[in-house]
Each structure stands twice: as C-alpha cells, then as structure tokens.
Write a protein that binds this ligand. Structure first.
Ligand code: IPE
Ligand code: IPE
Ligand code: MG
Length: 236
C-alpha cells in the first residue's frame, strides 16, 4: 500500500483529498446476468473498503459520488433498491463509523429522503463530528444545485452579492480543501455534475474498471500517476 506523504515532499504532489465517481455498478451486474440492483449492493461494500484503504494510506478526506440529482429519473425499482442499500448502510454506519474515527458529511439536500432516513443521516453526521478522517458522501448531489443552494442561502442570510470566498463557505464542502484527485470508474470521460465548483484545479483520472471491480492496486496506480502530474494552477 502506498503511504501518502502528509508533509510536502519535493517532487511529489501532496494528496489530502481524493474523490471517486463510483460508476459502473449496473453494467457490472448485467455482465453477470444479474439485475442492476445487485451491482449497487456490491458497490456499497466496495465503497466501504476503498474509503478505509485511503484513510489507512494517510489521506485525510475521501469524497464519493453515490447518487446524483439526475439519478432520481431512473426506474422506480432501481431508485428504491439504491435507497434500500443506502438505508441499511446508514444503520450499520451509525455503530461503525465513530469507532473507526471517521467523520461523515452528506453532500446534497436531505429533503427528498424519507423522514427516517433523514434522521439517520443527521444523527450520523452529529455523532461522528470531530472524528479524524473526513468522509463525504454525495447523495442527491448535483454540482449546479449545490451552487444555486449556496447562493440562495447567502441571499437568505442578507447578502446582496457573493464572492468566491463567501460561496466557498456556503457549499457542502465548506471548510475543506478542494479535491486534489478525482477518480472516475466505469469508462465514461465526464464529471456528470460532480463537484463543479471544487474541481476547477483537480487532477482527473479515468479508468475503464467498473466500480465493483476497483482494487487497492488500481487505487495505487491512480495515486502514483497523480503524484507525478505537473500541477501549475495557472502559473509557469
Ligand atoms: C453508479 O453506477 C451508481 C449510481 C449512479 C447510483 P451505475 O448505476 O450508473 O452503473 P452503470 O453506469 O449503469 O453501469
Ligand atoms: C454518475 O454516474 C453519478 C454517480 C456515480 C453517482 P451516472 O451513471 O449517473 O452518470 P452518467 O449518466 O453516465 O453521466
Ligand atoms: Mg452510470
């Protein structure tokens, strides 16, 4: 396992925040002759393993894209299945997370979720607050919705105009550094409304590997590739 340098190491990019677009669950299941829903069950297990692997490797913040604002338009049967997987994960997570020193934050508005689910989400956030490792789970997440909501929140608090600083403090990831590296599984080369504001200078890594097939080895490969990128941030 790669141990990520926490201090600035000359010649190697610091990696404090990694994000994953967990794509490919449906195709993974279809290829096995199984219903797409099965892919989401396995995908949730992989999510858990990947987050733990990254934290053990010394990465402080892990963000995962689990469900987009557009994913509600899928067939009801699939949406229900995803919500069931999410619900059971929440129940398990409540007891597990604190012990693993993980602080969970949900990125996305909670209003569309069932009251019981919302309560579990809020409890998990409150009970894990202050834990060392930051795990952001983007559910009902859209990058555009995030920006619009942030602007509306600022207006509601009396602001007449916004700045990059005020907007950064009103988005879901407020207080956290932007992702250094975004890894997308599943072969598509796009962001699909993920972290529009935060990703401006993120390094992007795309792999054909479907999310349920993502191995620790492949994560190391992405990270190794990232280490040696030339990050210029517009400078020379
Ligand atoms: C990602 O996998 C999980 C969600 C979007 C909820 P998909 O369900 O998009 O899987 P594919 O891309 O159809 O294979
Ligand atoms: C992106 O995957 C969203 C998540 C992984 C949660 P999609 O499968 O929804 O993206 P598109 O439709 O291929 O762009
Ligand atoms: Mg997909």
């Amino acid at each position: 396992m790669i141990i990520h340098p926490t201090e600035n190491t000359p010649g190697i990019n610091k990696l404090s925040h990694i994000a994953f677009i967990m794509d490919g669950n449906g195709r993974w299941a279809t290829r096995r002759g199984m219903p797409r829903e099965y892919g989401h069950t396995i995908g949730a297990k992989v999510f858990r393993r990947v987050a733990e692997y990254c934290f053990r490797g010394g990465i402080d913040i892990v963000t995962v894209y689990a469900f987009s604002t557009e994913n509600w338009s899928r067939p009801k049967r699939e949406v229900d299945a995803i919500m069931n997987v999410f619900g059971s994960y929440l129940k398990m997570g409540l007891t597990d997370m604190a012990k693993d020193d993980i602080c969970v934050r949900f990125l996305g508005e909670k209003t569309p979720f069932a009251p019981e689910t919302r309560e579990l989400m809020e409890r998990l956030e409150t009970e894990s607050l202050g834990n060392r490792y930051k795990l952001n789970i983007a559910v009902n997440y859209g990058g555009r919705a995030e920006i619009v909501n942030a602007v509306n929140r600022l207006i509601a608090s009396g602001a007449r105009e916004v700045s990059e600083e005020s907007l950064s403090s009103a988005i879901y990831t407020a207080g956290q550094p932007d992702p250094d590296l975004i890894v997308r599984c599943g072969g598509e080369v796009r962001l699909s409304n993920f972290l529009m504001w935060q990703s401006v200078y993120s390094e992007l890594y795309f792999t054909d590997t479907l999310w349920p097939d993502l191995t620790d080895n492949e994560i190391d490969k992405a990270v190794e590739n990232y280490y040696h990128r030339k990050r210029r941030f517009g400078k020379v």
